[in-house]
Write a protein that binds this ligand. Structure first.
Ligand code: ADP
Length: 187
């Protein structure tokens, strides 16, 4: 099974990604986590990505595409995985399709989480207090929303067209949302 999780910042993608990956024994590929690891290790890639991430901007497509393509290739052709935070642009979706094609693999389902903006901003504020993520301050959070609307939301239509999309209301608590995700995967 190969799954893509889509959704605005604060929607709970990362939390659901962990639960789904553990339950279905899928490799979780989170570009946010991969980039934060590069940053922590002070790699060239990390140093380049840092300036974008701090401002809540997207790291350029070619950098992220290469990072994910290498990760996917390293898993081998038969591996199941779950993508959390990738693709985030149409160009990334196209690159992902190309990377999968070379492996003879495909995406099975795309789950798009939705919630209202107030709920999302409240969750980001809560997370900022707990995790102290430098990209969770108010201005950066707004930037990330704007960029989500401009760059990532168009992916919903993109995946609707290929009939892979399942939309999920992520306003409920973790367990409620997880039950919806499991229903969607079973269906
Ligand atoms: P969230 O889950 O809150 O949306 P992430 O942890 O997925 O945040 O991402 C944090 C930051 O890492 C993003 O704001 C962006 O700068 C960078 N990033 C993560 N994934 C991508 C991607 N697919 N393309 C470009 N930038 C990315």
């Amino acid at each position: 099974m190969r799954i893509v999780l889509l959704g605005p910042p604060g929607v709970g993608k990362g939390t659901q990604a962990k639960l789904v990956a553990a339950k279905h024994k899928l490799e979780k590929i989170s570009t946010g986590d991969l980039l934060r690891a590069e940053l922590a290790n002070r790699t060239e890639l990390g140093k380049l990505a840092e300036q974008y991430m701090r401002q809540g901007m997207l790291v350029p497509d070619d950098i992220v595409n290469k990072m994910v393509a290498e990760k996917i290739a390293s898993l081998g052709p038969g591996a199941g995985f779950l993508l959390d935070g990738y693709p985030r642009t149409i160009a990334q979706a196209v690159a992902l399709e190309a990377a999968l094609q070379t492996l003879g693999a495909n995406i099975d389902k795309v789950i798009a989480f939705q919630s209202d903006e107030n709920t999302l901003l409240e969750r980001i504020r809560g997370r900022a207090e707990i995790e102290n993520r430098s990209d969770d301050d108010a201005q950066t959070a707004l930037n990330r929303f704007r960029i989500y609307q401009q760059e990532t939301a168009p992916l919903i239509d993109h995946y609707k067209k290929s009939d892979l999309l399942i939309e999920i209301n992520a306003s409920g608590d973790i367990e409620t949302v997880n039950n919806l995700v499991e229903e969607a995967l079973a269906g």
